[in-house]
Design a binder for this molecule. Structure first.
Ligand code: GLN
Length: 437
């Protein structure tokens, strides 16, 4: 598996171009040749084909495997005919199945990977301390003991696990996790230069809702409440707030694997009726001229609270993390959600500012870009490899999910994914003659 793991320190991200990107129109003859070669290699046993797919961490309902699904389902568990197998197979689908058969997906040995990750999850379950500390009453009513984890590789291999039955399907509001996504949205809309005239990119060293600005009177960064409210003021400021909310939800959906974005109305209403701190912060920012011209404080704040209440489960959140890991192309929908440049900016600020005033410690211990939310949600990005999502609402003193942080620590002990992991490898030990020493 390790041969597929590349870290930023060892060179370019191992992002692949989207499978649908054809320089020329798809070539039917070539697709048919590729499909026939695959059929000769894999045979038509429907059960074996299903097993091959599932062992690799994919499922037959994956939209990228449409032709194979039709063929296997049509065979009703029996034998798939060559014609059905090749009927509508595109080059992209044949390419994906071919790489899967070669063990050449981002995570080559998925069964072993699953076992190891499930072990880390079990360890992290033991970190069952922490409190629900949200000022949002509806959020504080969520089950504090839920614990779930999901992972999605840059090839769309997926796995999720819950501590108790059903935990893995629990929906939760994204809260501050959405700040990272919205930052990407705003960069795409207004560009880096204009965006950062209004919001800095330094950690503040202070709590996420602190009433404070940098020396140029800007919020310190997009990952804190102040910066995230200004981010919202830059997302289509002339539109109605409902349309702006829909726009953000659509981008979320495209990046999170295509399933509808949920909305926790109770949490939205609860926060909207008691957001004194965020109002205070917004008026303070308006006094200092932080809002871009043409934007409205109340609408920006409303959009901000709506975005915090967008709902996900670990499946969808891990897919969004995988989109970032994959340079902005969602591995499942194959949609270009963000440019590579935007992704690089988002990941940089997730690494330095994504965990509030615990970001330095998290970068030290874990060395991966991550973003947490006060609901207990956490997304962790392993660039060029995979995205992880954790949900566990008990929070530590800095407002991050206790089990989420514990899981992250274990993850980089088990896999060489800390940004500086490459320096841990002693080159002498890797030389063939080192055994003689
Ligand atoms: N909605 C929350 C707030 O504005 C989000 C904060 C968070 O997740 N840290 O306070």
């Amino acid at each position: 598996m390790t041969r597929h793991i590349r870290t930023p320190a060892s060179g370019a991200f191992a992002t692949r171009p989207a499978q649908f990107e054809h320089a020329n129109p798809p070539d039917q003859d070539r697709a048919r040749e590729a499909a026939k070669a695959l059929f000769a290699r894999l045979g038509g046993d429907a059960a074996k084909l299903r097993d091959l797919i599932e062992r690799a961490g994919l499922t037959l309902d994956d939209p990228r495997l449409g032709c194979l699904r039709a063929a296997v389902e049509g065979a009703g568990g029996g034998v798939v005919g060559e014609d059905a197998f090749c009927a509508t197979m595109s080059e992209a689908e044949a390419g994906l199945i071919g790489r899967l058969a070669d063990g050449d997906l981002a995570i080559a040995n998925f069964p072993v990977f699953k076992t190891r990750v499930a072990g880390l999850f079990d360890y992290a379950a033991g970190a069952d301390w922490g409190e629900m500390r949200s000022a949002i009453p509806a959020l504080a009513k969520r089950d504090p003991d839920a614990f779930a984890m999901g992972v999605c590789s840059i090839d769309g291999q997926r796995f999720r696990i819950g501590l108790r039955d059903g935990d893995e399907k629990t929906d939760f509001s994204l809260q501050s996790v959405m700040k990272a996504v919205n930052y990407g949205v705003a960069l795409e809309l207004v560009g880096t230069e204009l965006y950062h005239r209004h919001v800095g990119r330094e950690p503040s060293g202070q709590g996420y809702n602190e009433i404070t600005l940098d020396e140029r009177k800007r919020p310190h960064n997009p990952m804190l409440n102040a910066g995230a409210i200004i981010t919202c003021s830059m997302i289509h400021p002339t539109w109605q707030v409902e349309a702006r909310h829909d726009f953000v939800s659509r981008i979320w959906r495209a990046g999170a694997g295509g399933a509808e974005a949920g909305f926790a109305r109770d949490i939205y209403e609860s926060e909207a009726s008691g957001s004194d701190r965020n109002y205070a912060l917004s008026y303070f920012m308006r006094e200092h001229g932080c809002f871009p011209e043409g934007s409205d404080l109340h609408e920006a704040l409303d959009l901000y609270i709506r975005c915090c209440s967008i709902e996900s489960d670990v499946d969808r959140l891990s897919a969004m993390a995988a989109t970032l890991a994959n340079g902005g192309v969602c591995p499942l929908t194959e949609r270009h959600v963000f440019s590579r440049q935007t992704v690089r900016h988002v990941l940089s600020l997730m690494l330095t500012c994504g965990m509030y005033d615990f970001s330095g410690e998290f970068a030290f211990q874990v060395g991966l870009p991550a973003k947490s939310g006060v609901s207990g949600a956490l997304m962790i990005v392993v660039p060029g490899v995979a995205g992880f999502a954790v949900y566990s609402p008990r929070l530590g003193p800095k407002g991050n999910s206790v089990r989420g942080v514990e899981f992250s620590r274990r993850l980089v002990e088990a896999f060489p994914w800390h940004v500086y992991a490459p320096v841990m490898v002693d080159p002498d030990l890797a030389r063939p003659d080192s055994a003689k020493a």
